[in-house]
Ligand binder design. Structure first.
Ligand SMILES: Nc1ncnc2c1ncn2[C@@H]1O[C@H](COP(=O)(O)OP(=O)(O)OP(=O)(O)O)[C@@H](O)[C@H]1O
Ligand SMILES: [Mg+2]
Length: 472
């Protein structure tokens, strides 16, 4: 072979090598597979593969099907994985293949009216989703100084909230209640009657049966057409429940960044925290307060801070339900939620038991932004309502046993006379909406009607006499 030919072959060889080199640089590094070494509960351990936290890995089971998992932690060269799909037929030394799937999800107006799972797949049998705008599951950071301030109320269609606990556009509220006190019905009312353009509902960790009930009965067609429902019920893996809450928030962010007035309803924040507790304990994090490891308390603000006003014209007003087991308001999740949210509405079992729905406890519910979003006279009326209302509650026992003598305290007399109309004001049939203008006008009318009649010149006349309408 001549020198020239050898030189040419060498050059060809070098060029080919360079091409392969640049190709492999352009594509990511080759996938390094690992093997499954241990599985305890829902925690899988793999060695040999390289994947960062949050990456997806497929584990190939005995029948060749792939079980989807996510990297949730590591120790030395061991990776801890948690399944995001059903776990079946795993064997020791099963192949663990890191996938290059990103954590982006697809959003778009096509999602309206749809019910999807925590991975963004349709659950409603209405065909494939056509959304095509990728949005990050973990959200995008907004400089807190660039967020638009909250200075405008959002009509939620519920009189007691609109008038007595007004919610600002971009505010994040807690809905605190025990089980079966009417959270779902209240969220449904807000979905149907709010003035928000879009409602995103996250049903996290609730009973599977309830998802269907919520969508078909509570939401109905009227609520569903401008809503997106993300459902990750109790039987889905803890990771799916976390993803469900994050996905619902990502979808809300998409609509907010497109300039929409979004209402995000998350039922429930407690189940989200419990899912994080399950994961953290499974990978060995030590429990702290009431069995909740510290990472739970870090996760809550990460999720909640994503709601609020954006730096454009859009907003996410959010309600997170918080379960207060046995009506114990000192639960660590309730405590933590109270600290990171801009107010809370408390549903009272006592009121629900008397048949008053929505069972909003006006005394303990507060909206921290009420002064910013109401006029001075409106705010004064809220205070007045609360004052009269709690006056009755403080003296209720005395009144009920007949130990209170009418006429001995005009304020209490007024509170007694106002009880029925005040309860009628709080109560609202679930099939009717009351707009914010009507709510405020009705409150003004209620308090005006109940104003004590000016004391006549003759001192002997009854100074505390009231003029009160029976019902609204
Ligand atoms: N506005 C309302 N009007 C009439 N009844 C209501 C109203 N709200 C709730 N209820 C009654 O209370 C029951 C429980 O309500 P709901 O399912 O909303 O409670 P929940 O707090 O979501 O319960 P869970 O904790 O089990 O999820 C309903 O089945 C209904 O009978
Ligand atoms: Mg419910």
């Amino acid at each position: 072979m001549s020198e020239a030919l050898i030189e040419r072959a060498r050059l060809d060889w070098m060029t080919a090598l360079a091409r392969v080199g640049s190709e492999s640089k352009r594509h990511a590094r080759p996938v390094v597979e690992g093997v499954l070494t241990r599985m305890v509960g829902l925690t899988l351990e793999a060695v040999g593969c390289q994947a960062p936290i949050g990456a997806r890995c497929d584990v190939v089971n005995a029948t060749g099907e792939r079980v989807e998992t996510e990297v949730v932690g590591f120790a030395g060269d061991r990776l801890y994985l948690m399944p995001t799909s059903e776990v079946r037929g795993l064997t020791p030394n099963a192949r663990v293949i890191p996938t290059r799937e990103g954590s982006d999800v697809l959003a778009g107006p096509e999602l309206l009216g749809r019910v999807i799972d925590g991975r963004g797949r349709p659950l409603d049998g209405r065909g494939p989703l056509r959304a095509r705008h990728p949005v990050p599951m973990t959200g995008k950071e907004i400089n807190p100084l660039n967020r638009k301030p909250i200075d405008e109320a959002l009509d939620v269609g519920v009189r007691a909230i609109n008038a007595l606990c007004p919610i600002g556009r971009g505010q994040r509220m807690g809905l605190f209640a025990g089980s079966g006190v009417g959270k779902s019905v209240l969220l449904g009312m807000m979905t149907r009657y709010t003035e928000a353009d879009i409602v995103v509902v996250g049903l996290i960790g609730e009973r599977g049966r309830e998802v269907r009930e919520f969508v078909q009965e509570i939401l109905g067609e009227q609520g569903l057409h401008k809503a997106v429902v993300v459902a990750a019920p109790a039987d889905s893996s803890p990771l799916m429940r976390i993803h469900g809450a994050m996905l619902a928030t990502s979808i809300a962010e998409y609509f907010r960044d497109a300039g929409g007035k979004v209402l995000l309803l998350m039922d429930s924040l407690t189940r989200f925290a419990q899912a994080q507790r399950e994961i953290a304990l499974a990978i060995g994090e030590p429990p702290a307060t009431k069995g909740y490891p510290p990472s739970v308390f870090a996760r809550l603000p990460q999720l909640v801070e994503r709601a609020g006003n954006g730096d454009g014209g859009g907003s996410i007003t959010a309600f997170y339900t918080v379960l207060v087991e046995g009506d114990d308001h000192a639960d660590p999740i309730a405590d933590s939620a109270r600290a990171i949210l801009d107010g809370h509405i408390v549903l009272s079992r006592e009121l629900a038991e008397t048949g008053l729905y929505p069972a909003i406890d006006v005394e303990t519910s507060i909206s921290r932004l009420a002064p910013q979003i109401t006029r001075a006279d409106e705010f004064a009326r809220i205070q007045e309502f609360k004052r009269i209302y709690s006056r009755f509650r403080q003296n209720r026992d005395l009144i009920n046993v007949g130990a209170y003598q009418r006429g001995s305290d005009p304020e209490i007399d007024r509170a007694i006379a106002m009880q029925a109309p005040m309860n009628a004001f709080i109560g609202q049939d679930m099939t009717t909406a009351v707009g914010i203008g009507d709510s405020r006008a009705q409150l003004a009318e209620l308090l005006q009607r109940a104003e004590p009649v000016a004391a006549p010149a003759d001192e002997s006349a009854s100074a505390g006499e009231l003029v009160v309408g029976d019902q609204l």
